[in-house]
Ligand binder design. Structure first.
Ligand SMILES: O=C(O)CCC(=O)C(=O)O
Ligand SMILES: [Fe+2]
Length: 496
């Protein structure tokens, strides 16, 4: 049983999670510990739990201690203040790690470190009432009195605490603002090009039961497909993923590692795990037109965020050549679809920072967006984040569509030394056909100077869609037509 119990890392993680909620949502610590979610700027409950267990003085002491050990006195002051308040009003319990004296001691020192000497002095004096023989505190009192007598400018009690910058987050304000505003996408009357419709994507499979599509943004293109999964499917997926859940990782240089900026658990689901996985792949193909079966895309990834769980602003696509995505030869991520598998009581929106909107968690809906521009370059407007979960348990499922195993194949021995083909692999059907095409062209010497232009279209097409043969042959026909405008194209096709 011991292995399933929380460890010290989990306890510290919980403290960081609480401080994250406090910061991102600008919450009052005093009301937060009572289960009321009130913003400092607007002290009305924006979420209220129906039943809640209050945090104890000892809980607050622990949170403060985590901050204090990191020399983050902004947070330690706020949490020790709460600990002192709660310790004062309750009997000490033998299960507690800290005491009122400990809290006073740490709070006094935190105030000293933030320049609030008068508070440090009064708290130290109070501490001496409980522990009159404490020589260290006597010494501190003398030191604080001396500092106050010297009347240094930064010793007043009117100082405002400044939140630490931590890892400098350029987009922090915009990100937090979007998290605080639940569902801040422009409404249709603000932007008439945004609309909702019943969408079939021209697919016969959706004619009788079109999907409800909500266009959320055009630049970047982001849409929400409502009712994408059923309640039962979502429940089953959560169940299948549960045993495989592990702490989520992020790309770190050439490798993958856990990181404070992504706190969640995730599991990969292969098609063999359950038939629902294959069904979902098919459904994604229907609404997006993309072949998303591995290896044309990654496996389905199920993600679970607990309270305070989040994913700070990031891109889903690789932005550096050393990304593990390239080492895995999966190619860059063209598009992402994210299915919300559970409701979330508060928090947990998906925020698009530069595009300036956030999408609240809509149970069973799927959010789709393109990460790359059509030329294959990353779209910076897709910078996005998963806001911290305030109350509840957020489950999501992701599918990332890749350029299919993009590698560079230099076509050297063929016609045009300047051409480098980006393709799946030399074994892919596309490349096999291209090679045949090249040798045909080489043999017949009938190409024009610009013969290669249509090829780029094919490559581009293949990279986006895997191979969709019907359209592929259409394009091939066009190429042949360029080469032999006078010949009947269907005859040329026979050559292949
Ligand atoms: O949880 C979210 O809302 C976003 C998560 C995300 O962007 C990701 O996992 O890549
Ligand atoms: Fe993402």
């Amino acid at each position: 049983m011991e292995s399933s119990l929380p460890k010290l890392e989990d306890l510290r993680g919980a403290a960081h999670g609480l401080m994250r909620l406090q910061d991102v949502y600008n919450l009052h610590v005093e009301s937060l510990v009572r289960g009321h979610f009130q913003q400092i700027s607007d002290p009305v409950d924006f979420y209220k739990l129906s039943v809640s267990d209050m945090l104890s003085g000892d809980d607050c002491f622990l949170v403060g201690k985590v901050a204090y050990d990191l020399e983050d006195y902004y947070h330690s002051v706020l949490w020790f203040e709460e600990a002192v308040r709660l310790f004062r009003g309750t009997e000490w319990s033998p299960e507690n790690e800290g005491t009122l004296e400990d809290a006073l001691d740490h709070l006094a020192f935190s105030h000293f470190k933030t320049g609030n000497i008068s508070h440090a002095l009064s708290l130290s004096r109070e501490l001496l009432l409980h522990d009159p023989m404490n020589r260290r505190v006597h010494f501190n009192v003398e030191k604080y009195e001396k500092l106050l007598n010297e009347n240094l400018p930064a010793t007043s009690s009117g100082l405002t605490l400044k939140r630490p910058d931590g890892i400098y987050l350029r987009t922090r304000n915009a990100y937090e603002q979007l998290c605080q505003t639940k569902g801040s996408q422009p409404k249709h009357f603000e932007n008439p090009s945004l609309f909702c419709d019943y969408f079939t994507n021209g697919s016969p499979a959706l004619f009788l039961q079109p999907i409800r599509r909500e266009i959320i943004s055009l630049q970047p293109y982001v849409v929400l497909f409502h009712g994408f999964v059923t309640q039962a499917e979502a429940k089953n997926i959560r169940k299948y993923a549960m045993p495989g859940l592990r702490r989520s990782v992020v790309a770190s240089g050439m490798n993958q590692a856990t990181a404070e900026y992504r706190i969640s658990k995730s599991a990969w689901l292969k098609e063999s795990a359950h038939e629902v996985v294959g069904k979902l792949d098919q459904r994604i193909t229907l609404v997006t037109g993309l072949n998303v079966q591995p290896p044309y895309a990654e496996y389905l990834q199920v993600v679970n965020y607990g309270i305070g769980g989040h994913y700070e602003p990031h891109f889903d696509h690789a932005t550096s050549d050393s990304s593990p995505l390239y080492r895995l030869k999966t190619g860059n991520r063209v598009a992402t679809i994210m299915i919300y598998l559970s409701p979330v009581q508060a928090g947990g929106s998906t925020a698009f920072i530069y595009a300036n909107f956030s999408v609240p968690v809509v149970q069973n809906a799927a959010l789709f967006w393109w990460n790359l521009h059509k030329n294959g370059q990353g779209n910076v407007d897709t910078l996005h984040a998963g806001c911290p979960v305030i109350v509840g348990n957020k489950w999501g499922m992701f599918k990332n569509k890749n350029f299919h195993k993009v590698t560079c194949t230099a076509v050297t021995n063929i016609v045009h030394p300047k051409i480098i083909i980006l393709s799946s692999s030399t074994h892919s059907p596309l490349v096999q056909i291209l090679f045949k095409f090249f040798s045909y062209v080489q043999h017949n010497r009938t190409y024009t100077e610009e013969w290669w232009k249509p090829l780029l279209y094919i490559l581009y097409f293949d990279l986006y869609n895997g191979c969709q043969w019907l359209l592929f042959f259409n394009i091939l026909q066009k190429i042949l037509f360029c080469l032999h405008p006078k010949k009947e194209t269907h005859k040329s096709l026979e050559l292949f």
